[in-house]
Design a protein around this ligand. Structure first.
Ligand SMILES: [Zn+2]
Length: 281
């Protein structure tokens, strides 16, 4: 039977492979910039705790839970806002300590809009560190928050959640995809964990005054794939909201006018104004 999805993709760094693989510095094809934010990805967060409901996994640094500030900056390149919503905790010592089945032990690939993110304290990986796993082109991901938070002397592996969410959004299923990744440039958000350069601060991330020096870049093909994801929901544009408000005013005025014209004793002070309105003067 043909699998519904491409299956697991992973961000891992083999301890024996050393630092990031140096790739040729292919130039980025377009300057990275923020787009109008017109789509939203709702991420339901489920924190994993032990069987007794305590010793729960880390949720991210104070003031930047789930590295949302970083994730929002990265995904602004594609006009996508990340909205994290706290769901119920999961009390399971087995899940908290790195089940052999990995992501499948937490969740299958989910349909519908949005995705569900499990935060745990360990992921199973022999001789390696696994930072996160996600379904490709469907909802469901798990993040090893202890490994993410301790990375880079405690600065944190800032882009792991944004990277895994990218897999949920279908990155990368395009030309040149290898195991769900596009390793064409060390600056790509969707380059694999052993290849990708990891930002140390918000200023390292695209958009940046210098497109050539920013990290977690989304090239146009990546943006097209992600924006086509059925996990996203539309955010009404301000102009659309204004039209909606205007429509309500018109309807309200018409209702008021009907009220007055059917009244046996219409309010005299209002009648001239309606006369003016309908006559166009
Ligand atoms: Zn990956």
């Amino acid at each position: 039977m043909k699998p519904l999805f491409h299956g697991l993709v992973e961000t891992l760094v083999r301890l024996t492979s050393g630092l990031a693989i140096a790739l040729s510095a292919a130039s980025l094809v377009a300057p990275a910039q923020a787009m109008t934010i017109d789509k939203k990805l709702v991420v339901t967060v489920r924190t994993v705790c032990n069987d007794d409901g305590i010793d729960c996994s880390f949720q991210g640094p104070a003031g930047n839970l789930f590295y949302e500030t970083v994730g929002d900056k990265i995904w602004a390149q594609a006009g996508i806002d990340l909205e994290f919503v706290l769901g119920l905790n999961v009390n399971s010592t087995e899940l908290l300590t790195g089940p052999v089945a990995g992501l499948s032990a937490f969740t299958g690939a989910t349909a519908g809009t949005g995705t569900t993110m499990y935060l745990t304290s360990s992921l199973h990986c022999v001789g390696c560190v696994l930072f996160g796993e996600a379904w490709l082109g469907a909802g469901g991901l798990v993040i090893n928050m202890d490994a993410v938070a301790s990375f880079n002397s405690g600065i944190g592996r800032l882009d792991t959640i944004a990277h895994e969410l990218g897999h949920n959004l279908g990155l990368y299923t395009g030309v040149g995809a290898v195991g769900g990744h596009d390793n064409g440039n060390t600056h790509f958000l969707i380059a694999s964990g052993g290849v990708r350069l990891i930002p140390s601060a918000l200023g390292d991330i695209c958009p940046h005054p210098s497109a050539a020096s920013c990290l977690d870049y989304l090239k146009p093909e990546h943006i097209s794939v992600a924006r086509a994801s059925s996990l996203l929901v539309a955010i009404p544009e301000p102009a659309t909201l204004l039209m909606a408000v205007f429509g309500l005013v018109v309807v309200g005025t018409a209702a008021q006018r009907r009220l007055n014209t059917t009244s046996q004793t219409p309010w005299p002070s209002l009648m001239p104004r309606f006369s003016n309105l309908v006559s166009g003067r």
